[in-house]
Design a protein around this ligand. Sequence first.
Ligand code: SF4
Length: 226
Amino acid sequence: MVPDPALTVSELFYSIQGESSYTGYPCVFIRLSDCNLRCTYCDARYTYEDAGRKQQISEILDFVKRYPVFLVEITGGEPLLQDGIYPLMDQLLEMKKTVLLETNGSRNIKDVPDGVIKIMDLKCPDSGMSEHMELSNLALLNHEDEIKFVISSRKDYDWAVEMLQTHILDIQDLQVIRKRPSVLFSPVTSCIAPPLLARWIRDDHLPVRLQLQLHATLWPDSERGV
Ligand code: SF4
């Protein structure tokens, strides 16, 4: 029998992917409730301030099936707080979906099924949450996965560069290099102008991608459902 537990869902919606290397593709989003962190710049407080609603996996998949697109993202909040996410990921993979998992970097990712693409935050100091990162996750990421640094200041930028040099780019082991994920630098636009971050990345010749939130450009007045 196929497992059909209930998860607490904040929202289900269909939109254009606004982040990661999959930016621009039509995508079904499964946003789960609750988060164990409290980032200073959080733009999804409703995921832990509102109650959310219980939905069986079968109901969530019925929503996914309405949209004949290849891409599905599970996000939050922090989606790995709910055990039901594991059978959900398995069943999405069985449907041959490309499954993106956005996780805040504080939860161990060892049980995430092979084939799920992990987009993992490394929280910078200005988030107030950098002490909560599970750095052992870095060894579990592969070349299809992505690490995201959300940057609010020069202090955050310098911290991110140091993390890159210490934990990611300086690794010389070939087996690890083959597993190296892409790295995204994304500005908190209320704190730092994107052209400034772009200049820093360019001037330092960093092998990272500048990421701007496409959905914020397309729908600047919408906080949910995009
Ligand atoms: S991890 Fe994400 S949802 Fe949780 S507080 Fe930080 S920004 Fe908000």
